[in-house]
Design a protein. Structure first.
Length: 149
């Protein structure tokens, strides 16, 4: 039981610190009402002319998770590198299987567009087949507004 005493003490200290932080925040925080000026977004002194998007792109989180997965993979490769000579072929096969699983999951994510930051590309159904006449018609047509001929 004496072996678990430091862990229990650390747990108690963590709970005391967490509770103390909440109590100190409640006692020391200013008690002012929020004003419209305090709630307004502020960026470099420029008043925003439109509302920010309500949702943050999910792709950002996917890229962050992929990054964390590869960080964890690298962390798991360090112990293997340290004891490589003792593990021989068994260790090499296990690391190759581990790397293959991570690579397959990465390829799956990439094939589903996890790293595509732009808007989703959709096929347009019903466009006429491209011929030399349609290409010539497109090239000789007037340039779109804002572009020089």
């Amino acid at each position: 039981m004496a072996q678990y005493l430091p862990i229990f003490a650390l747990l108690v200290l963590g709970v005391i610190f967490g509770a103390g932080s909440f109590v100190a925040s409640a006692l020391l925080a200013p008690r002012k009402k929020e004003t419209a000026a305090k709630l307004a977004p502020y960026e470099c002194g420029i008043v925003p002319d439109r509302e920010p998007p309500t949702r943050f792109p999910v792709r950002f989180y996917l890229v962050a998770m992929i990054f964390i997965i590869f960080d964890i993979e690298i962390v798991f490769l360090y112990p293997f590198a340290v004891v490589f000579k003792e593990l021989h072929t068994f260790g090499l096969v296990e690391v190759l299987v581990f790397a293959a699983v991570v690579l397959v999951s990465f390829l799956y994510l990439v094939s589903n567009g996890a790293l595509s930051w732009g808007p989703a590309k959709r096929l347009r159904i019903g466009l006429p087949e491209r011929t030399s006449e349609s290409t010539i018609a497109r090239v000789t047509a007037a340039p779109p507004p804002g572009r020089a001929a």
